[in-house]
Write a protein of this length. Structure first.
Length: 189
């Protein structure tokens, strides 16, 4: 989300966003919904093929899986909207940081293996600031009916609410920065 916003800024579309009568938050939400709709078919196809080929020993509660997946996506897109302000201010430097943090975040979040089984409790507590870690843990618990799925989902909802608060603050900052840029008071790189 933040990378897309940075690319649009580099192509000169940011001025169109700021001068549009629509608030930037609405534009970012539209961009995120477009991203979700663009990636959903490939994600569903990959899930079906993986389910058929590997036949995981899962006993999923499908409504809970769908709710967990939706909350995880909302948390990640909220964080992306909040981080898009960093791309406006720092430009390519923020992109370099994004590239450097991608693999460690994926490793710690449980994308490659269940982080709740591999890391000590102290590291697990630190990793919970990443919405992807909470979402992956909740998805693993709901798909494989591990103990504590209700507690994990309630923890995920609290993390989602915190992410929304950060996203709202970030979006307000983006709008203020954009309006100052149009007024000629704040230089953007």
């Amino acid at each position: 989300m933040a990378s897309q916003f940075n690319w649009d800024k580099q192509q000169g579309l940011f001025e169109l966003y700021v001068t549009s009568p629509a608030p930037i938050s609405a534009i970012l939400i539209g961009m995120s919904l477009g991203g979700i709709l663009g990636t959903a078919p490939s994600a569903i196809t990959l899930a079906i093929i993986g389910w058929i080929l590997f036949a995981p020993p899962a006993n999923p509660l499908w409504p809970l899986v769908a709710l967990t997946f939706a909350l995880t996506l909302a948390s990640l897109y909220s964080m992306g909207m909040a981080l898009s302000s960093l791309y406006l201010v720092y430009g390519r430097e923020a992109d370099s940081v994004n590239e450097a943090l991608h693999e460690p975040v994926s490793f710690l979040s449980g994308v490659y293996f269940p982080s709740s089984l591999a890391f000590p409790a102290v590291l697990q507590a630190i990793v919970l600031i990443i919405p992807l870690a909470v979402g992956m843990d909740a998805l693993q618990r709901t798909l494989f009916s591990l103990n504590g799925s209700d507690a994990c989902l309630s923890r995920h909802i609290v993390a989602r609410d915190n992410g929304d608060h950060v996203a709202v603050r970030g979006l307000q900052g983006i709008e203020n920065l954009g309006r100052e840029k149009v007024a000629g008071r704040a230089p953007l790189r």
